[in-house]
Design a protein around this ligand. Sequence first.
Ligand code: PMP
Length: 356
Amino acid sequence: MKTHNYSAGPSILPQDTVKNTAAALINFADTGLSLMEVSHRSKEFVAVMNEAREMFKILLDIPDGYQVLFLGGGASTQFFHIPYNLMEKKSAYLNTGAWANKAMKEAKLFGEVVEVASSKDKMYNYIPKNFEVPQDVDYFHITTNNTIYGTEIKEDKDYGVPLVADMSSDIFSRPVDVSKYDLIYGGAQKNLAPAGVTFVIVKEDALGKVSRELPTMVDYRTHIAKDSMFNTPPVVPVYAALMTLKWIKAMGGVGEMQKINEEKAAILYDEIERNKLFRPTVELKEDRSLMNICFIMNDEYKELEKDFFDFATLHGMSGLKGHRSVGGFRASTYNALPKASVIALVDCMKEFEAKH
Ligand code: PMP
């Protein structure tokens, strides 16, 4: 039996991705060479890069005027690339947790940063509502899925200013109205590929407006002009990403992903609410993430936390430990996590309850 993998990231990938990438590491596109050994400028790899970009556009129904980039550096590098490219004087950020804070910290190097609202008062266990975004900012930044706390913004809203979103941990989990955003970015290591590649979807019209000089590698226009091949791209993760994109397409696309993700999340949240031992950390249903489901022991059963963790581990479950800042458990239910793994966890929770 394969271990059930609830890790928050790097995390479970489709078996097709793992197997096809493993095969390409031995013999890539019948070249007789490993994917690790070929030039990124070979016609075989250029075809992979082009197809991966095209699949992004098709699966997310990306309108004309946007470019898809595959870069290095992780989402954390985008925390400063974004203000570098888009912020002349002032930007606004929604503070929904650690990643939003890290993004804000970098933006402060470039000018004034307005924190429009924060859920810090309750350990980020909700999405702030009814805030106003100043209309004189260069952009407003949100983190759609807060991997650590299990909260998620699941709709694409209009805030009256250019919108930038970190979708590291929920990209391809649902259809996205890309036209609402000037820029969407994320690390690949949750729903897409192994760590090493970062995706950026950017509206071309949003670029070239800042007065500062940009280092070549920081300027998105460099990478647009060279089709993400200005320098050597992370070829293995890009190949794996293409395999995942093909898998998503074969599964029926992001609409189908959303349906399955909603079903999986409902099964687990229902059990967390029903089971006397546990409770969810995110109270408001509308704020609950479909990707990272956080739960803790009810107060009267607190001392059973380690026992449940050990019990789940014995039952072949991996990656269930909650982030150290939240505690308890976090089951990440990314696209590639089969419904059977969610059911296995629910069964495990029921069995453990019956013992106590
Ligand atoms: N944003 C979010 C929402 C994340 O979950 C993470 C990583 N867990 C990051 C940013 C940072 O990504 P990276 O490690 O690729 O820099």
